[in-house]
Design a protein. Structure first.
Length: 126
C-alpha cells in the first residue's frame, strides 16, 4: 500500500468517525462501527476501553462544532498503521485547539480499530 493511500485511510477513518459521532443521537453505534468491542486506546499513558471511550466522547460532542485532520505521515502494512497527524478542533466558544498526534494502531480483519497507542501534544496558537 502506498503512503498516499495510508494517509487517505487515516484521514478518512478519523474525519468520518468524528463527523458521525458528533452528528448522531447514538454515539455507541458509531463507536461499534469504527472500533472492536475490546478496543484499547492508550493516549499519553491513559488507556480507554469501549465505555471510557464513550465517556470521553460526551464532552467532545458537547463542545466541538467542527474538526479537521491534517495527516502528515502514515504507513499501513497488513493490520498495522502508524501515523502522525494534527487535529484542528473548533469549539463552541470560538477557540481552535490543535493537537499533534503520533499514533500506532492495530486493525481487526474487518478494518475496525482494535488497539492504538498515541502520544499527543498541544500545538495550538497562543
Amino acid at each position: 500500500m502506498s503512503d498516499l493511500s495510508a494517509r487517505e485511510f487515516v484521514a478518512d477513518f478519523y474525519e468520518s468517525f468524528t463527523r458521525e459521532v458528533v452528528g448522531t443521537d447514538d454515539p455507541a453505534a458509531v463507536v461499534d462501527r469504527y472500533y472492536t468491542p475490546d478496543i484499547e486506546q492508550t493516549a499519553d499513558g491513559i488507556t480507554l476501553d469501549r465505555q471510557r471511550l464513550l465517556d470521553h466522547i460526551r464532552p467532545v460532542r458537547k463542545n466541538v462544532i467542527s474538526c479537521r485532520y491534517d495527516v502528515h505521515d502514515a504507513i499501513r502494512t497488513g493490520d498495522r498503521v502508524a501515523a502522525r497527524f494534527t487535529i484542528h478542533a473548533e469549539t463552541r466558544h470560538g477557540r481552535t485547539i490543535s493537537t499533534e498526534v503520533y499514533l500506532f494502531g492495530e486493525l481487526a480483519p474487518d478494518g475496525r480499530m482494535r488497539r492504538t497507542t498515541q502520544a499527543t501534544r498541544d500545538v495550538s496558537a497562543s
